[in-house]
Design a protein around this ligand. Structure first.
Ligand code: PGA
Length: 253
């Protein structure tokens, strides 16, 4: 059975104290996760150790970094290596978020290197893809996303690819309050799965979790997560509000 994931992406928000409080508020509320369901908190790097400590006894709840570097170590001031993450016990990292692509010029080829170093070090990438508004309006979103997958992921073996979680996040829906309709999300998720099946095989495609991101909230999560190819969500704004995020966790089905 595919993994279903409710992933919080705090981005560059909250102080340490606010972050601790938010985690406490979320984990103290009742939620029953099925065997194949997980909660992931992608939080700012300075708080990873705090979160790792706080969540260490929580089954099926994991901490993720929001980025890592493509090199093992060295003279890269300000960067975070996979070894640093491993030494904290962090086993997830968000890669290729559209904000990283846009503001930090991360290309598909550079992201392929980051995917490689993560997999070589047993860190699961949550690989983000998704088209900007102009591409959606031109109707070429499938080709756009297919190229992101091809250039960053399709050099992997099938066994490696199965370890990657994909997050489809249409850029026009991120932080805009404009969610893709559940039909739009399902259509793209089915396209991604079909694209993987064509590049690899159906078994591989069916094993990969594909999360939807872009203005997911408590009010639309049930509808989005009920789509057959939507395996959970990557949630920004609504993950900063405890009650909202708990409702999103409970919307996993
Ligand atoms: P949003 O962000 O939920 O605030 O739209 C999602 C994301 O960027 O991961």
């Amino acid at each position: 059975m595919r993994k279903q994931i409710a992933a919080a992406n705090w981005k560059m928000n909250l102080t340490l104290q606010q972050g601790e409080q938010l985690l406490d508020d979320i984990i103290s509320q009742p939620h029953s996760l099925k065997e194949n369901q997980q909660v992931v908190f992608a939080i700012p790097a300075p708080y990873l150790a705090m979160a790792q400590q706080k969540l260490r006894n929580k089954e099926q709840v994991f901490v993720a970094a929001q980025n890592c570097h493509s090199k093992k170590s060295g003279a890269y001031t300000g960067e975070i290596s996979v070894d640093m993450l491993s030494s904290l016990g962090v086993h997830y990292v968000v890669l290729g978020h559209s904000e990283r692509r846009e503001y930090f010029n991360e290309s598909n080829a550079f992201l392929a290197e980051k995917v490689n170093i993560c997999l070589e070090n047993n860190i699961t990438p949550i690989f983000c893809c998704g088209e900007p508004l102009a591409v959606r309006e031109a109707g070429t979103q499938n080709e756009y996303v297919a190229l992101q997958l091809k250039e960053s992921l399709y050099h992997l073996t099938a066994d490696q690819l199965r370890k990657v979680v994909i997050a489809y996040e249409p850029i026009w829906a991120i932080g805009t309050g404009k969610t893709a309709s559940s039909a739009q999300a399902q259509e793209m998720h089915a396209f991604i799965r079909g694209n993987i099946a064509a590049a690899y095989n159906a078994e591989t495609a069916n094993a990969i979790s594909i999360l939807y991101g872009g203005s997911v909230k408590a009010a639309n999560a049930v509808e989005l997560f009920s789509q057959p190819d939507v395996d959970g969500g990557l949630v920004g704004g609504a993950s900063l509000v405890a009650d909202e995020f708990v409702a999103i966790i409970n919307a996993l089905q």
